[in-house]
Design a protein around this ligand. Sequence first.
Ligand SMILES: C[S@@+](CC[C@H](N)C(=O)[O-])C[C@H]1O[C@@H](n2cnc3c(N)ncnc32)[C@H](O)[C@@H]1O
Length: 203
Amino acid sequence: MNLRHLEMRLERLEGFERPTARLEQYQTPAPVAARLLHHAAMQGAIEGRAVCDLGCGTGILACGAALLGASAVTGIDIDPAAIAVARRNAELLGVTVEFQVADVRDPDLDREALACDTVVMNPPFGAQKAHADRPFIDLGLELAGEVYGIFNEGSTPFVAAYTEGRATIEEVIRCAFPMRRTFAHHRKDRVDITVEVVRLKRI
Ligand SMILES: C[S@@+](CC[C@H](N)C(=O)[O-])C[C@H]1O[C@@H](n2cnc3c(N)ncnc32)[C@H](O)[C@@H]1O
């Protein structure tokens, strides 16, 4: 499936019903999700691979990975309402994804069951709670040899320092990320930010 076709399929997905600011529930725009997934697929990280989406929200990354031929896809999110939307989205696209309500910070999370080849994620940027992205990075590197994560512009030096000795940064792709008005504190209908898609390889 080419990039444009993937993007068009993902455009149809349902967004968060009542997004929670505390959980930084803004949806990944379809062009950004498609770009991350298509790029990961080109690196051989999706087709025939077990993929896990951490903080899957409405499931756009997980469903896209399934569309691109992942052998098994799991998505976890702390919010049951988001997981309900994600399940509807998988149904809409006719793909199979195992969605679970779970907290990435839970030390009792069954890591063996979640172990996979590739983690994809758009973690909270930490705008509401400092360092909210750290448990996602930690769990991602525990579960998979490769992690594709979306981070705020300028985060790569932090990610490099935080993962030193555990992973190497293989690539950074800068993407435009149109953020629609989602929360009461958003003043404009749309703000265009830049994000960095970082590809980490576990050492
Ligand atoms: C920026 S949103 C991304 C949502 C989705 N991946 C997407 O791309 O549309 C971050 C997601 O992380 C989830 N989240 C926040 N804290 C979490 C935690 N501790 N454990 C699991 N999920 C969490 C939120 O509920 C939210 O769905």
